[in-house]
Structures are given as structure tokens and as C-alpha cells.
Design a protein around this ligand. Structure first.
Ligand SMILES: O=C(O)c1ccc[n+]([C@@H]2O[C@H](COP(=O)([O-])O)[C@@H](O)[C@H]2O)c1
Ligand SMILES: Cc1cc2nc[nH]c2cc1C
Length: 349
């Protein structure tokens, strides 16, 4: 298997020639100049990412990474920890939101257990368990640095596998009760953001739970003092197994010039980790939607990404990205299928 350190240097950057060629072609299509607005920008971005002036995004690949969080015992989620394993089973049966939207967009789909607390052998779940959930970050580091490095490796391998199977766009999703606490702590540690500004209600905490969650994030950071300059240190101390795996998957996709369509808060925090590990990986990211979780707008702003949709979602799993995917598909169809002024005999300005 290719090691992360082998392909990190292989991550390139956007291709300006392909972007310029795509722009030239789009400006000849039968529409007032610029009238397809952001869709035109998306097409140009896809050209720059893939290096193809006529980009292709079918089929998309969806990988859902699942893991548990020791910090769940602190009452930081509105739902009990066992929901994680139960939702993994639901996903294996095709009944979760992400299954529905992945079918709608004809996606290749993988569900990867990187650390669900109660081990389960469900057909349809890929077992890549690193440990049985993280430790409680309020008491000890969530994982060791070695385990954190392994999450990246496992995630990148999952991405390379689905790309090998044909995926032309990568969507990374997750399920993990209490993972908005870990994501908030990572975001605060990497950016210095005030927990009051970025910690939200996650699955739906009441006011008391919300206040407790902010306090947990504050205390975990004070206890571990994660080093913002060392993303693996941050991931190990206050992170999550599925969050590291998502970061690794994003880096794997970037190394193959495969666009990554970002989902919600947790996926975008994973993207920030990826970008801190390899800044040029930011070139391969497109923000799918803006989640209701307040930290999501914050991290999108740090990454300089404007989301395609805002449907007031806060489900995770990759659902927001799957719902945004048809916009990428439309951008490609515009480039491939629209007539030009010359080919259709339509008069220009
Ligand atoms: O994607 C998001 O923005 C998002 C926002 C809030 C909650 N979630 C999902 O809900 C779970 C985390 O919420 P919580 O309250 O348990 O931290 C986890 O399984 C996520 O998939 C996801
Ligand atoms: C039911 C449920 C489904 C989810 N999917 C992702 N996170 C979730 C959290 C809950 C509680």
C-alpha cells in the first residue's frame, strides 16, 4: 500500500491551462456571457482540479467513516453512543439518509468502520478498526500519535480504492455520536477560535447540554495544549478516528486530482486538517453545503470556500454533499452538451 508520506509530495495544484480552456469554451456556449453564473465557475474549477477542460464527474464515490468518541460520556450529545453502531447497521441495510441520496446520484458507496465501540460484523461494512472508539479527551488524549497517523493511512487507502473502482468525485461522510465535540475542539485548536463562537448543538442539545459541551471543549484544550502547528498532535489529543480517516481520504483524492465535494461541519474540519498537513490539497476541495452547526460557517471561511447549497441540514453522513453533487454534474453537462453560437447558428452580441 502507498504510504501517506509517499504521495503527499505528489499532491499538485490547480491547472490554469485547463481552466482557461474551459472558460474559453464556456464563453462560446449559447447563452448570454456569464449567465450561468456560479455553475460556470464550478465547471472551470472542475477543469482546474482534474486538468481536463472537459471534466467528467460520473460516477461519484461516497465513503462513510464510522467511529465512537469517549467524550460521549460527558453528556455532549443529544443521543446515546449506541446510535453510532445502530446507524452503521442501518447504513449497511441501505436505510440511512446517505444511502437514499447516494442511490439517487448513482454513487459507488463504502461504509468503513474505523473504530465503532461495539464491534459488529455486518455484511456491507468494511472493517478497518483502529481502536474501539477514542478515549475521553477530557481525561486523556483521544488516541496516540501512532493511531492518529493510522487513521490518515486507512482513510487514504479507502479513497484510492474507490477511485480505482471508478469514482470521479469523492464525497466523505461520517457517523459518530459526539463527533461535533471533537470537531469543535480540533477547529479551536487549529485556529484559536473561541469555543463560544463555534460550538453548536450538534444532534440537538438543550441549553444546559450546549453549555456543558462548550466547557468540555475549553477544558480539553486547556488540558492537552494541542500544537496548532502539528495537525497530528491536534488529531491525537482531541480528534476522532473517523475525522482522521476523512482527512486521509481527502489527501488520497487530491493526490489523484479527484475533486472532493465537502459535506458538513465534521467533514470540513477534516478538510482543514488535510490542508494543514498539505496546503495545496485545498485546491481540490469544493464546498457542497453549509450546515446549521455554527462552526461550519467558521471553518468554511478559514478555508475560503463558498458552499453551493444551504438547505439548513445538520445530518452529516455525506448527505449535504450528495445533494450538491447534481450541481457538479450539471456543470459538466453544460460544457459537454450545450451548443456553441457557431455550431447552432445563433447570433452573438
Ligand atoms: O454534518 C454536520 O454538519 C453535522 C452536524 C451535526 C450533527 N451531525 C451528525 O450527528 C452526529 C454528531 O452530533 P453530536 O451531537 O453527537 O456531536 C454525527 O453522527 C454527525 O454525523 C452532523
Ligand atoms: C439517528 C441519527 C442518525 C445520524 N446520522 C449521522 N448522525 C446521526 C445521529 C443520529 C442521532
Amino acid at each position: 500500500m502507498t504510504k501517506l508520506q509517499d504521495f503527499l509530495p505528489a499532491i499538485g495544484s490547480r491547472n490554469p491551462e485547463a481552466a482557461a480552456q474551459a472558460r474559453l469554451h464556456i464563453d462560446q456556449l449559447t447563452k448570454p456571457l456569464g449567465s450561468l453564473g456560479r455553475l460556470e465557475e464550478v465547471a472551470v474549477e472542475l477543469a482546474a482540479i482534474t486538468g481536463e477542460s472537459f471534466p467528467v464527474v460520473t460516477p461519484p464515490g461516497v465513503i462513510v467513516f464510522a467511529a465512537d468518541h469517549g467524550v460521549a460520556v460527558e453528556g455532549v450529545s443529544a443521543y446515546p453512543q449506541e446510535v453510532t453502531v445502530q446507524m452503521v447497521a442501518n447504513m449497511a441495510n441501505g436505510g440511512a439518509g446517505i444511502n437514499v441520496f447516494a442511490r439517487q446520484i448513482d454513487a459507488l458507496e463504502r461504509i468503513v468502520d474505523v473504530g465503532v465501540a461495539n464491534e459488529m460484523a455486518a455484511p456491507g461494512v468494511i472493517g478497518r478498526r483502529i481502536k474501539a472508539g477514542t478515549a475521553n479527551m477530557l481525561r486523556e488524549p483521544a488516541m496516540s500519535r501512532e493511531e492518529a497517523a493510522r487513521t490518515l493511512q486507512v482513510g487514504s487507502e479507502a479513497a484510492l480504492e474507490i477511485i480505482e473502482a471508478g469514482a470521479k468525485v469523492l464525497i466523505v461522510g461520517e457517523v459518530g455520536i459526539a463527533n461535533t465535540t471533537a470537531s469543535s475542539a480540533i477547529l479551536a485548536a487549529l485556529t484559536g477560535a473561541d469555543p463560544d463562537e463555534i460550538v453548536g448543538r450538534g444532534t440537538g442539545l438543550d441549553d444546559a447540554g450546549w453549555a456543558r459541551k462548550k466547557q468540555v471543549v475549553r477544558e480539553a484544550i486547556a488540558l492537552h495544549r494541542p500544537d496548532a502547528a502539528e495537525p497530528i498532535d491536534v488529531l491525537a489529543k482531541v480528534g476522532g478516528l473517523e475525522i482522521g480517516a476523512m482527512a486521509g481520504a481527502i489527501l488520497g483524492a487530491a493526490s489523484k486530482r479527484i475533486p472532493v465535494l465537502l459535506d458538513g461541519f465534521i467533514a470540513t474540519v477534516a478538510a482543514l486538517l488535510a490542508v494543514r498537513l498539505c496546503p495545496s490539497s485545498a485546491d481540490f476541495l469544493i464546498a457542497g453545503h453549509r450546515s446549521q452547526e455554527p462552526g461550519h460557517a467558521y471553518v468554511l471561511n478559514v478555508l475560503g470556500k463558498e458552499p453551493l447549497l444551504d438547505l439548513q441540514l445538520r445530518l452529516g453522513e455525506g448527505t449535504g454533499a450528495a445533494l450538491a453533487y447534481p450541481v457538479l454534474e450539471a456543470a459538466c453537462r453544460m460544457v459537454h452538451e450545450m451548443a456553441t453560437f457557431a455550431s447552432a447558428g445563433v447570433s452573438g452580441k
